[in-house]
Design a protein around this ligand. Structure first.
Ligand SMILES: CCC[C@@H]1OCC(CO)=C1C(=O)O
Length: 214
């Protein structure tokens, strides 16, 4: 006769679930530490000179822990560049949520971005990696266009609201602002490690925005 099915004790999911949760938490934390270390290394030494060992040492983890999260140095560069654009995106969202008049939003975006370039290692690393993109044998995010699009949207809104000087192109003005910002942050980085970038960006805004304003 068929044996009565053995009643099995309910699987005790708590410790395992808790254990998995802790493991996941630790993995997420380690990934963040590795990414921050990679940003510091890329920002200060540049992609070609950085080794995975450098990143492991800066993060205080083993090389194996780095390779657990990132297949190689190129993957680290891609992840840092993606995080760079995530940071720029958050700045854009914060300015959007501030509900400023469009020309003020343009200025606010560039002013906050200047501070991020001065103070945020992830941003500094992303900017340097984009300059070194031809040395990185991996697909890197498309630079400049997302930022230009954000500025163009606000400048078109300014035109719709009659705050743009007649004949001023929102698209061209956005490209001028991105080019000027890109150049200013690079020059500031070379000359004084971006200490004066906020002042340089203020000069751009003072020179360009009034010309665009109606
Ligand atoms: C914010 C202006 C553009 C920005 O400045 C440096 C850099 C690096 O690629 C940028 C980008 O990719 O959008």
């Amino acid at each position: 006769e068929r044996s009565a099915p053995r009643s099995r004790p309910a699987r005790d999911t708590a410790p395992r679930h808790r254990d998995t949760g802790l493991k996941q938490e630790r993995a997420v934390r380690t990934r963040g530490q590795v990414l921050d270390a990679a940003a510091k290394a890329f920002a200060t030494k540049g992609f070609p000179a950085v080794t995975v060992q450098d990143v492991a040492e800066l993060a205080g983890v083993t090389k194996g822990a780095v390779y657990f999260h990132f297949a190689n140095k190129e993957a680290l560069a891609q992840a840092v560049a993606e995080e760079f654009y995530h940071v720029l995106g958050v700045i854009g969202q914060e300015v959007e949520e501030a509900g400023l008049p469009p020309l003020q939003a343009v200025s606010e975006l560039l002013e906050r971005t200047a501070v991020a370039f001065r103070d945020d290692t992830m941003v500094q690393a992303g900017a340097r990696l984009q300059i070194e993109r031809s040395l990185i044998g991996a697909e890197m995010p498309m630079p400049y266009l997302g930022y230009t699009e954000s500025l163009t949207t606000w400048l078109r809104q300014a035109r719709t609201e009659g705050h743009l000087a007649a004949g001023t192109s929102p698209e061209a003005t956005a490209r001028v602002l991105v080019s000027a910002f890109f150049g200013a942050q690079h020059i500031s980085w070379v000359l004084n490690d971006r200490a004066d970038i906020a002042d340089r960006v203020q000069e751009i805004l003072t020179a360009v925005v009034p010309l665009a304003a109606a």
